[in-house]
Design a protein around this ligand. Structure first.
Ligand code: FAD
Ligand code: MLT
Ligand code: ZN
Length: 452
């Protein structure tokens, strides 16, 4: 890559060639994907992103867009020496004065900074997950990230009113105009949300916010079967308007978390299954929970922990949210993020262990996830990094149940060769044609979504 002509059109320091700095951007969070490159671009404005992409397209230089590099499917790693375009320098978050409850953000703003600004202005942002301090809104839009509050507010696509992005040709499209209703042909925000950096680089967005709850309450149930958890999910989803999160996890994950982080054992380890529910709303959340069908259930169960204050809520959440880190500390996991139709959930839970064991009898399977959305993270420790038998078997099993091979993490590089399990060949060919329109030179994230 001869970068001199690119550097000539940019301000100084926008292109980094120092390998010591670059090495902080070339491996993914899980440790599974390790790439390399000679160039890292750090643009500070949408126009600079456009200049860089124009140059890359003219010079046939492939690029990997990158936000916080917390992705789980290898989409932000330059596996073949692509230039990294990092949005980390574009972090502005502004409350929009000409609308009700909207933010205008730059792509590199972290989720935490967006949550903080929303609360400061008396509102709530609808997306939350553990990587909030590092993950960027550009990455969340690119992956259509989900997380803990989808059951209430929907995924990232549902928060996105407008988006500004730069196509593979270096053309700026869209904007941050953000009318709530705007039916003027194809909806660019929907199209770019979930496109994983293959159609355009997101530079700015306009986000909708929600009313800020007055109170939040966390309830953790210790249960003996997934069936019991499914019953509770059904009742609480139907009867509580305050439900905010609905998470499931199991004893082997809790053991890992408790040992690594020194957390107290839950109910002497006598339960196999845990369901964590969070409720949020106007004053009186606990009183509302104590009435009707919810109240009966709360009284009926022996193993229940309730967290009302912030410290107690986050203590209960830590058993769930520390799973990712605890599992990674015991090896490089095969991370298989899937959705299961609600009516197939029991079958899934009954058979998933044997599906894994058939591939590797020594493998350890950790299951956790956003049960209210049917989204389970199947994490398998044991099989070698390049031994994909288990990934293939789990994805085929999920597809056979009518589920999706990617619930919220995207396809990335990890699942590109399995796309056919969820999409027809006609759909894949249409999606590829769309990519050709946005990125005729094929420079944007080659190998992501579609196999190389
Ligand atoms: P990156 O990892 O940098 O990139 C992800 C993808 O988006 C890549 O394909 C990249 O090329 C593309 N991309 C990044 N920025 C842009 C841009 N500006 N324009 C175009 N393309 C871009 N995800 C969930 O959905 N739900 C969870 O609950 C969740 N929990 C997590 C917990 C932990 C501890 C960790 C480490 C990760 C978790 N994730 C979760 C995964 C990850 O955080 C999300 O996928 C997040 O949206 C990625 O954001 P990022 O800024 O780190 O993007
Ligand atoms: C989570 O829900 O914790 C995440 O999606 C991260 C993971 O899958 O490990
Ligand atoms: Zn998740």
């Amino acid at each position: 890559m001869d970068l001199e002509t690119l550097k000539a059109v940019l301000k100084p320091n926008r292109i980094v060639e120092d390998q010591q700095i670059i090495s902080g951007f070339t491996a993914d969070w899980t440790g599974r994907y390790k790439g390399h490159t000679t160039a890292l671009a750090l643009p500070e404005t949408p126009l600079e992103v456009a200049e860089i992409l124009k140059w890359c397209s003219n010079n046939k230089v492939a690029v990997v867009p990158q936000g916080g590099n917390t992705g789980m499917v290898g989409g932000s790693v330059p596996m073949h020496g692509e230039m990294i375009i990092s949005l980390r320098k574009m972090t502005k978050v502004e409350f929009s004065e000409n609308s009700v409850g909207q933010l205008i953000v730059e792509a590199g703003a972290s989720l935490a900074s967006i949550q903080e600004k929303s609360l400061e202005m008396g509102w709530m942002f609808g997306i939350d997950f553990t990587a909030r301090d590092s993950a960027t809104i550009g990455g969340a839009i690119a992956t259509n990230a989900g997380g803990n509050h989808v059951i209430r507010y929907g995924d990232t696509r549902k928060q996105l009113l407008d988006v500004e992005a730069v196509t593979g040709l270096g053309v700026i499209v869209g904007g941050v105009r953000g009318l709530v209703k705007d039916n003027t042909g194809y909806h660019l925000p929907s199209l770019l949300c979930g496109s994983e950096g293959t159609l355009a680089i997101v530079t700015r967005a306009r986000l909708r916010l929600w009313a800020k709850p007055d109170e939040r309450v966390v309830v953790l149930f210790g249960l003996d079967t997934p069936e019991e958890a499914l019953g509770l999910i059904e009742v609480f989803s139907r009867t509580s308007q305050d439900i905010l999160a609905c998470e499931i996890f199991f004893q082997n994950g809790v053991n890992l978390v408790s040992n690594l982080f020194g957390l107290e054992t839950l109910w002497e380890g006598k339960h196999s299954t845990y369901l964590l529910l969070e409720f949020a709303g106007g004053n009186g959340v606990m009183d509302r929970l104590n009435t009707g069908a919810c109240g009966e259930l709360l009284n009926e169960f022996g193993s229940i922990a309730i967290g009302e204050g912030k410290a107690n809520r986050s203590r209960l959440w830590s058993y769930r949210s520390l799973h990712t880190e605890a599992i990674s500390s015991s090896g490089i996991p095969h991370k298989i993020d899937v959705t299961i139709p609600h009516n197939q959930f029991l079958d899934f839970f009954q058979r998933i262990n044997s599906v894994v064991k058939r591939c590797d009898s020594n493998a350890e399977t950790y299951l956790f996830g956003h049960a209210g959305d049917g989204n389970i993270h199947v994490n398998v420790i044991g099989p070698g990094e390049n031994d994909l038998k288990v990934d293939e078997a789990v994805l085929e099993f999920v597809a056979s149940l009518g589920g999706s091979i990617s619930a919220e993490h995207g396809i990335g590089r990890a699942k590109s060769k399995y796309l056919h399990l969820r999409r027809t060949s006609e759909e894949i060919s249409l999606l590829k044609k769309l990519k050709g329109v946005f990125d005729p030179a094929g420079i944007l994230n080659p190998g992501v979504i579609f196999p190389e």
